[in-house]
Design a binder for this molecule. Structure first.
Ligand SMILES: C[S@@+](CC[C@H](N)C(=O)[O-])C[C@H]1O[C@@H](n2cnc3c(N)ncnc32)[C@H](O)[C@@H]1O
Length: 205
């Protein structure tokens, strides 16, 4: 698993170049806009090459962001970007998102972006349970997930994503995610459609 992500780290940023290049409709922009300036403790779970954490840290100087991932290669690329952008309110943590060892109720925002669709059900459960544990009582979990686009051009582009994702991906696309989050004791406060993706804001019930 770790090896797979270490390998993909070299190409991963192509996703932002190819799919999220319209800033106004990008899920990266939506995530940033959904985080209030009062949210100072932000955990980016499975942060990858740090696209979300960078934009948050850059635009919210009062926030302290932790970008957590299992893959050291992903975080190496993230760290390079943070250094280049000279952001200092961010740190990386190599850890398993299922068991982070971070304290209970310690984050205002926990972000889980483009992760759930590519992991097994028991790991989805472990990550959502861990996210809930480290989230403060009034905090929010933000989930970004792929969504089948409607336009013809985007459907063609999306077929490449479908080819690259694991076998259960097509089923995942048909999952009613709002109902799914309810089964973990999470309420959907907001849902937004972006390019190729949907963005959910969740709270503990
Ligand atoms: C598709 S990438 C998503 C990256 C990023 N969140 C984004 O929005 O672009 C999935 C990431 O999840 C990480 N990952 C998968 N399972 C993990 C686990 N159990 N603990 C921590 N990171 C994990 C991988 O290393 C990879 O960087």
């Amino acid at each position: 698993m770790k090896t797979k992500y270490n390998f993909f780290s070299f190409f991963y940023d192509l996703i932002d170049t190819l799919y999220f290049n319209r800033k106004k409709y990008s899920p990266r922009t939506a995530v940033l806009e959904l985080i209030s300036n009062m949210s100072t403790r932000v955990l980016d779970i499975c942060a990858g090459t740090g696209a979300n954490s960078l934009i948050i840290a850059k635009n919210k100087p009062d926030a302290r962001v932790i970008a957590l991932d299992l893959s050291s290669n992903m975080l190496k690329i993230a760290n390079k970007k943070y250094r280049k952008a000279r952001v200092e309110n961010i740190e990386t943590l190599i850890a398993d998102a299922c068991n982070t060892s971070l304290p209970d109720n310690s984050f205002d925002v926990v972000l889980i972006a483009l992760v759930l669709h590519e992991i097994e059900k028991d790991m989805q459960k472990a990550i959502l349970t861990e996210a809930k544990r480290v989230l403060s009582d009034n905090g929010q979990i933000i989930v970004v997930e792929w969504e089948q686009p409607k336009g013809r051009f985007q459907r063609v582009m999306f077929s490449l994503i479908k080819m690259l994702e694991p076998r259960g991906f097509k089923n995942f696309l048909h999952t009613d995610l709002s109902a799914y989050f309810h089964t973990f004791g999470l309420s959907v406060l907001e849902k937004h459609s972006c390019d190729y993706t949907q963005v959910f804001v969740l709270s503990k019930k």
